[in-house]
Every structure is written in C-alpha cells, then in structure tokens.
Design a protein around this ligand. Sequence first.
Ligand SMILES: *Cc1c(COP(=O)(O)O)cnc(C)c1O
Length: 389
Amino acid sequence: MIYADNSATTRVKPEVLDKMMPYLTEQYGNPSSLYAFAYDAKRAVEDAREKVAAVIGAKAREIFFTSCGSESDNWVLKGVASKYKDKGNHIITSCIEHPAIMETCKYLEKQGCRVTYLPVDEYGVITPESVSNAICEDTILISIMAANNEIGTIQPIREIGAIAKERGVLFHTDAVQAYGHIPLDVKEMNIDFLSLSGHKIGTPKGIGALYIRTGLRIDNLIHGGGQERHRRAGTENVPYIVGLGEAARLANENMAENISRLEKMRDTLIERVLRIPYTKLTGHPTNRLPGLCSIVIEGIEGEALLLNMFNEGICASSGSACSSGSLDPSHVLLAIGLPHHIAHGSLRLSLGEDNEPGDEIKIAEAVEKVAARLRAMSPVWEGNKPIWD
Ligand SMILES: *Cc1c(COP(=O)(O)O)cnc(C)c1O
C-alpha cells in the first residue's frame, strides 16, 4: 500500500510513540498532584510546551494544549466573540476555511455575529487588499488559514498580519496544515492566535494546541479546574502532550530537508498526472504545501476514483462527495471557480515523510490507469473528450 493521504492524517511516528509510552504505562501521575511521582508528568508537559512553541517562535507560556485542531478553532472564534462583544461583532474569514472554522462562524452568525467570507482568486489566494477593505469599525477578528487542506495554497499570512496590526484588529490563523510543514513565525508574521493539531505531524489523533499571544484575553471554552493556567480545564492528556512535543521537535529539526524532498516528489507527481488530457492542477502552482498535489480529472467522479485508486493500493482523497458525505462538490473547489461537473472529479494526493522515492511515479501510473478505465465507462465521456468540450 502507498499512503498518499497525509493531509487527512499521518502515521504515528515511532519516536513519538516511544516518548509517549512511559506516560501511557508507569508514569501515570496527575500533573497537578504535589508529590514527586507526579512532578515528572508536570515537567514532561512543560518540556513539550517549549518544543511546540519553538516551531513558531512563540514562548512556552503562549501555548495552551487542547483536544484537537477543531477545539482550538472553536475556542478562539467563540472566545474572541464573547470577550469582545462590547467592542464589536464582526469577524472576517475566507470562503475556503476548514469546516472547524466555517461551521463555528455559521454558529456565531446565529448568535448575532456578522461574518464576512472573503472570496479567493482562481488559485485559492486571499488577497491582503480584500482583507484590508473588509475591516470595519466593529471588526473584532480576522481568521485566515495558513495553508488550505484541499488545494494546498499557502496564504500571504505575513502581509495579512501586518494589515491586522496596523488596523488594530486581532489576527488568528488556522495553521493545522502548515504547522511543522512550512516555516511560521508568530512574531514576524504578527499572528495573535494560531491553531495546530498533532495528527497532521505524526501524533495519534486527539491532541492540539492554541497559541495565544502574551497579554491577550479570550473567554474560556472548557470551564472547570485550573489547568493550563486557568484557561483550559481538564486533566492534561499527558502522553499525547508529550507525543506532540516530540513530533514538534522532529518536524522543526527536519523541516528544511522534508520540504526539499517532498517538493521534488510533488512536482514530479504533478507533472506526470497533468500529462493526462483534460486534467487541471487546483491551488497555487508554486506557493503550495510541499507534499500536496491536487487536481481535477474531467469526466469522472471523485468517489469512483478513490475506490479504484485504493484497488491499485493507493490511499488518496477527494474534495467532493465522499469526504463530506454529501453530494455537493467541495466549497473550496467551487470558490476557486470550478463548475460543478468538473469539481466532482477532484483528487488530492498528499505525500509525507514516509513516502519513498519512486512512490510518486507509481501513484501517477495508477492515476493514469484508473482515469482511462473510468472514462471508458463514463456517461459524460465520448471518444477522447468530455461531452461538454
Ligand atoms: C485537520 C484540520 C483541522 C482539524 O484538526 P483536528 O485535530 O482533526 O480537529 C482544522 N483545520 C485544518 C486546516 C485541518 O487540516
């Protein structure tokens, strides 16, 4: 099997599991307990906090552990909306955010917030000018993702951060796809809040963090005990936090090498699959996540494509029907201007550290084979082209 779905989740790294093991077995102390046995757990959590912070140029005390990236996104949006309701109720985001942002914004609209969903260009880029133009008197937060999970486009976060700072508006970025994969610096980029998640960088699913810049207050999402300096209640998930620390350390240490290796494989993969007639790259041609190749293949359906790819031994995903369980094509693909009938044939191939040299060729060959087979039986394919051409 070739796993090419690293944007959905990653394999747990053996080094990460090794570091977690003691805290899943004999080191079961509660970090809040006062005796020496539990103190080891406390120290392990604080050590992980430093490592998680180091990846983005933050201070350890600016990192708050959560249960996942979705919780971090919910916390910052709801926490800012309620804390700053006297100042305003307007939030600026984009129309290609992850559901953890989109659905939270829709919920907040029902609670009386006003949300601007900025459009993107054909490559999925949110322009800094559009952010600037959307800012009003009552704008309390700008939330723009660092890199898109479906099409891989990296956003001009530094420029948007500069605008937010100049205009005095708080700035959050959902960096779940970017954290540990591409360089990010919260100080240089003027980021006030940043969401990240462990399972996209080699931890088990179910651990995340929110970076909150020193001095900023937002309302709590999880109320209860005094953990995480009274800002996120719940006994700490010590083994997973330790795992996140180790995954962050590894990602930071190997980032430059991973980027250059993955970019080469990705570019070969893109070049090969685009040789298939009536295919198109989605997302930005160069400013994109190092391992992510996303395309649309005209004349075929995303689900059929994935099932057939899996029969060829390849795990991939699609932005269309099957990922959402609905028949609508992805909101991201529609936002970049693809018509419904083309957006249905989307394929996302996301390479990761475990992929071996040559995988990109095997994947491309499988895509070619499957596309030809499916087109031969497709009701919207005639001869050598789609019926709409
Ligand atoms: C995966 C992902 C999330 C959600 O993270 P979980 O830890 O799975 O809740 C949020 N945003 C983006 C961009 C993602 O890719």
